[in-house]
Design a protein around this ligand. Sequence first.
Ligand code: GLC
Length: 788
Amino acid sequence: MKYGHFDKENKEYVITRPDTPLPWINYLGCEEYCGLMSNTAGGYSFYKDPKERRLLRYRYNNVPMDRGGRYLYIRDNNSKDYWSASWQPVLKDFDSYKYECRHGTGYTVISSEYAKIKTKTTYFVPLGENLEIWKLEVTNTDTDTRDLSAFSFVEFCLWDALNDMTDYQYNLNIGQTEYKDNTIYHISRYRVNKDICAYFSCSNVKAAGFDTQRRDFMGNYGDWSNPRAVIEGKMTGSIAHGWSPVGAQMFNIKLKPGETKTLVFVLGFVENPADVPAKVSKFKDVKVVDQALTDLKQYWDDSLNKFSVQSEDPELDIMVNLWNQYQCRTTFNWSRSASYYESGIGRGMGFRDSNQDTLGFVHLIPEKVKERIIDLASNQFEDGSAYHQYSPLTKKGNGSGYSDDHLWLCVSVPAYVKESGDVRFLETKVPFVGGEKGTVYEHMARAINFSLTHVGPHGLPKSYFADWNDCLNLTHNNEDAESVMVAQMVVYGAYEMVKMAELIGKKEDVKKFTDIAETMKKKINKVAWDGNWYLRSFDEQKKPMGSSKNKEGQIYLETQAWGVMSGTAEPEQAIKCMDAVNKQLATKHGVMLMTPPYKEFIWKYGSICVYPPGLKENGAIFCHPNPWAMIAECIIGRGDIAYEYYKAIQPAARNEIADIHKTEPYVYCQMIAGKDHPDFGEGKNSWLTGSACWNLVAAMQWILGIRPDYNGLLVDPCIPKKWKGFQVKKVFRGATYYITVRNPEGVSKGVKSVSLDNKRLESNLIPPDKAAQTGKAGKEHHVEVIMG
Ligand code: GLC
């Protein structure tokens, strides 16, 4: 069944039934204030840090799912019937309740109609503000005047989200609220000497009553779906001194036939409660609110217009032009911290994940990518290895002992330099954890050196606690386990170093890194080629994993794709291993990470065996490495296969099978259950995932083939043979390129001719526009490409 559709013109996804298989969410706020917002108004907000500065309480893993949130109740004071403006939490049945939710860029609009009363609530965070607006419009479609009350409701979190759900002897005694000038203040103290405050108010209508103690609003055994206050139509004016502070107000609304009344709610965060009145009154005029929403939309339009495509696949267009880029920006903002599957308590900025994430927004915000890379590189040790993650608040690292983390710098830095042309960045000095400084180039060189000098019995890099695959934990008694994937990453990184060394004139390094790449490549092909594909690893006993000789886990995707992407595979090997992927791992729902999954717990392989067959690393369709297979297929020129893999996991293409897929059809999820799982095809863990950036890269740079390189913009499409062509707009180093690709001969790959502003180029590399690069106004260029 379908639950919604894309509205291309308004750049929104429209949900037409509230009972989506899982909450389908959006992110409000793209700076310091963030709100997670589901299609039935569930979710929570936080300021900067979802653990330490959590504004609203949310119950993960709750039944019924997706409670609390940003709730508005409407009560008919004559019939005493009541309902929610967002379906949840009152849950009226669909015979009488109409509903629509529109998720847009940074805003969500939920509309309902019940008992001849329409509501439309627009939720968003204005630019530059640490607050969210809920604009509620209530319209009477009846022929009689209606006597209604509206109730607003939020439940406050006692700031520290972990403590809030563990330490009740303490936290049931710290809650405090105040009520002043129509505004609720949540002033529970935060540790010592902190005046931070959350506030909730209606900026343009005076409340007829309020409650700030949960039991007074809900009643002792009441809950969100049948709160006492709404049933009785009466508030008690309670102030919280301990227990559970909430924010709830009641508003009496009389509506003539056809009349609409608008209420503007403001929920926000301040460091100093004295700032609250000004914040609230700033938004008392609905025009100001509307302008703030217009500005927000404009901001997103401007930020996402650096790349767009018009192809023969409208779903590809909608993903690449909007949703996939929007998701990438969201991973920039919140990394893996707060989603409906990440509770905002545990994880910081992962070294590996954050490096990869940059690939998805380097074309949007190169300056920010530069800062991010500097933060990451500052968490690298002098020996070249790195912390596993760092805290976004302090930028300090923690955790270490992974074999791959440091090498992802050799993926992010080249991508930044290729996109921006900022070669000087390579010579920027950045400290290591110990304090010593080195250029960015030196940081990468040391990353490679670490892996080269920490090798196991076959001469391949040790796999330590884990490599990219967090769940292959092969190190127990000794450190002999080795990672083929890390070896391939060394080859990849060394080849990039060769090109960067050329760029900055380090001649000796050109030879040095060529040797490193060639030697490692030979070694891999000698010891880690299984005959038809690459092994995945060697365990502590020097036994291969990912081999035809293994009973389970015979073939893994990562080393096939990276074998090709890194240039390790000779042409014949590349075809063979990608054929093996196609034969053994590809399914109609995407490419599985490995097969066959482990059925029993095999301790020496580690946590991969924790998962039931077909989930997560144990044989799921991991959406993050799927694009690696697409890229590898593009490298070997098989556009039809690349596109088939792309479509299999593309969220928009799964809209039709939402009951199977379950997660949002407008963003990537981390994984889809593999064929060995009873729920084959079910998506899990959406939004904050490396799937976002890599799928965008696969689509923009490899299938469409518009790929930044050190010396210009490459045009190297690898498309389905039946495509007649496509058009792309790409902003590159300050200039705008309008690229038209034609495919008269029905090929997948190969460029016969390229002309730039009607002049034929010698190759498919468009040289950068020098004038635009030096800051002079960016020029527009027209590029004509004929494939064949
Ligand atoms: C998760 C982690 C990522 C890891 C992947 C595979 O997506 O965030 O760091 O590489 O799982 O284990």
